[in-house]
Structures are given as C-alpha cells and as structure tokens.
Design a protein around this ligand. Structure first.
Ligand SMILES: N[C@@H](CCC(=O)N[C@@H](CS)C(=O)NCC(=O)O)C(=O)O
Length: 206
C-alpha cells in the first residue's frame, strides 16, 4: 500500500513550497495541513522536533528539515543524481539556498525599524548579489541546471524558496541579471504537473 503522507506547515509557501512541488511532480497524493500560527501553533510546537516546521509524516514516521524532506522526495520521484558526489553537490546547493533564504526571512521578520533598514541595505548591496552571482556561476558551469543538463530536486528547492524570497522582497530578482537562474525558475514552473499545482494553490504572498 502507498504510504500516507502528511505535510504540516504554516499557510504560506516558505520552506514547504519545494516539498509541495515535489509531490506535484511525482503525482503523489498527500495531505497539506495548514497550521494556523495564532491558533494551533502554541500546542503543536511542543510536539514537533525542535519546535519547527515543516514536518512530513510518512505513515507512522516523521521527517523534519525542509532540505532532508526535499531530498527524500527527490529520490522518490527520480530527481536525485545517481552518482554519490553529484548527489552531495545537490545537498550543498540546497543547504546554501536555505542559508540565502534565511537571510531574507530574517530581514522580513525583523520588527526593529533601524535594524530592518540595515539588514535591507546589506541584503541589497552584498548578500543577494553574492548568493545569486555564485548560484548563476554554478548553474552556468554545469550547463544549465545545478546538476548539469537535467533538473534535479536542488533546482526545485531553489525555485520553491525563490518564490518566497521574491514575494517578501517584492521584486523579481532573476530576470535581468541572472539568465541561467531565470531559466531554471521558468523551466521548473513549466513542468506540467507543477504548473497545474501552481494554478490551483491558494493565493500565497510568500
Ligand atoms: N532548517 C529548518 C528551519 C525550520 C524553521 O525555521 N521553520 C520556521 C518556519 S520558516 C518555523 O517553524 N518557525 C516557527 C517558530 O520558530 O516558532 C528547515 O529547513 O526545515
């Protein structure tokens, strides 16, 4: 019998969106449990590892960490390179995408105005260009995608996180300066199953 998958995350894209893309890509049914931060979260937080989401229930097992979950599903849907080194390279990309996303999320959730302005300035002048330039170079050096000429789960992780990053930053960051990354973004969005999922998903802001 096929496993029962239950994904818990807040009612937004964030760290869960690459996971939702991968489910869509593989045509794998799952229950998307939208946790209401002002209602359910206080109690639920005590019960999930490290008090963080997303978590994925797989029958009676629980997996946490968005990168580990995405890699697991990536393997399941045939988007993990077979070669161990190449596979580790995709882990490195996804971990770095997470690092990048965290910097933007940190700015977005900052409540002190002065600190927020400083973080914005640093992101605009240093962090965003540095990460995107290096990602662009890596994809370019490989021949199109992060793993070479074929899409892997790391491309999907990148695009899922970029959607939230752009939603928070309120700007398209890729189109003008990062053609390779923009291509990855469009190619992932144009995968028919992902396109269909996106056309039906809730109207998330980020
Ligand atoms: N490295 C973890 C980070 C998990 C994480 O920080 N999740 C945030 C949501 S983006 C969270 O649960 N925040 C709620 C809280 O800390 O109260 C992952 O990639 O899954």
């Amino acid at each position: 019998m096929a496993p029962v998958y239950k994904l818990k995350f807040f009612d937004s894209m964030g760290l869960a969106e690459p996971i939702r893309y991968l489910f869509a890509y593989g045509g794998i049914p799952y229950e998307n449990i939208a946790v209401q931060i002002d209602k359910d979260w206080i109690n639920l937080q005590q019960t999930v590892p490290f008090g963080k989401l997303p978590v994925l229930g797989i029958d009676n097992k629980l997996l946490f960490q968005s990168v580990a979950i995405s890699r697991y599903l990536g393997k399941l849907v045939g988007l993990l390179p077979l070669d161990d080194f190449e596979s580790a390279e995709m882990d490195a990309i996804a971990a770095t995408v997470f690092d990048f996303g965290s910097r933007v999320f940190e700015w977005f959730h900052e409540t002190d105005d002065t600190k927020k302005m400083m973080l914005h300035q640093e992101l605009e002048t240093k962090i965003i260009p540095r990460y995107l330039t290096d990602f662009e170079e890596l994809a370019s050096g490989k021949g199109g995608y992060f793993g070479g000429k074929k899409i892997t789960w790391a491309d999907i992780y990148f695009v899922g996180i970029m959607e939230s990053v752009e939603g928070m930053w309120k700007k398209n960051l890729l189109q003008r300066q990062y053609p390779m990354l923009y291509q990855i973004y469009n190619d992932v969005h144009n995968i028919p199953a992902i396109k269909t999922y996106i056309s039906k998903r809730p109207n998330y802001k980020y």
